[in-house]
Design a protein around this ligand. Sequence first.
Ligand SMILES: Cc1ncc(COP(=O)(O)O)c(C=O)c1O
Length: 374
Amino acid sequence: MSAEFIPVCEPNLGGRELEYVTKAVSGGWISSSGSYVGELERAFAEYLDVPYAVTTTSGTTALHLALVAAGVGPGDEVIIPAFTMIASAFAVCYTGAKPVFVDAAASDWNIDPRLVEAKISSKTKAIMPVHVYGHSCDMDALLQIADAHGLLVIEDAAEALGSFYKGRKCGAIGDLSGFSLFANKLITTGEGGMVVARDGRFIDRLRYYKNLCFPLDGSRRYVHDDIGFNYRMPNVLAAIGLAQLERADIYLEARRSNAARYNAILQGQRGIVIPPELPWASSSYWMYSILIGDDFGPSRDAVMIGLKAAGIETRSFFVSMHRQPALAKYGCDVSGAYPVTDELARTGLYLPSTSGLTDAQIERITSALLALRT
Ligand SMILES: Cc1ncc(COP(=O)(O)O)c(C=O)c1O
């Protein structure tokens, strides 16, 4: 019999999802007008200890909406890490602004605050730090730079629900933030997203632009002053999200426990770098990510192939933003060197990270990995 296939990640739907979805469907409220949307927004804001949370259709649209609400538009620049998922950059492009890239720090794989100031120009409107794989950025350093230059901070917290920076929840530190509720995230609505705001001045714009710029003030319906978007989350998905959020801390504990068990086996192994967790951070370990050093023997790509043959799914790290043909075509400055990002992209992969991996699965994954070393 062939060994059980272990996917890199799958959702846990072990709570009240079906009950809430059934209520939404049997009540006939499946569109965004149903009550679960507001309930999820209130519960999410409470979870993060912030006054406002606004549902959207994805993490990508959450970031786009946050940028629009912040007033970012054509002619502006937004500083993002070179080491991120493409959605961070695309969200900036949708506004007509240009993303400007900053290399990662080797210590935490996140945007290196020491390199940010050199990228600030008269066009810079915001910094968008990304808490990659659930490890918080050095937010104090970034907030200080933003403050000194009058810039907004919009956190890409797509991967960071449950992560902390110096005891503060990631996504609740900057002016605005965007979360993803895609199926592989700590909690999910299948597809979905959330914008979080600490300041009421953004809330009207968030609600206005996400709903096709229908007037908020009760003036003539079907007369639109601005071009808006339909980023409304359906009630059925919000019902799933609410059930998921009720169990967020259980899933967080499970991901952190996965990481602890992986670390116990992989720490100190020749050719393997385990994921960082700097003193200021409590990582959600959204994905358990490692680097395969040259002293491991086989390359990262060879390791992925070997693990696949053993029935274990993995994913390689992101490719640097300055190497994205789409962004070069769009007119981003893709010159310059991003050595840390390139090295992460060359050597990094993440191992199966589903909440609730068993000891036996972690044993099998790590044994298969170490067996590939030469
Ligand atoms: C860092 C980051 N930003 C944004 C997104 C976009 O989220 P979504 O896939 O929900 O649009 C992702 C997706 O995983 C991500 O990893």
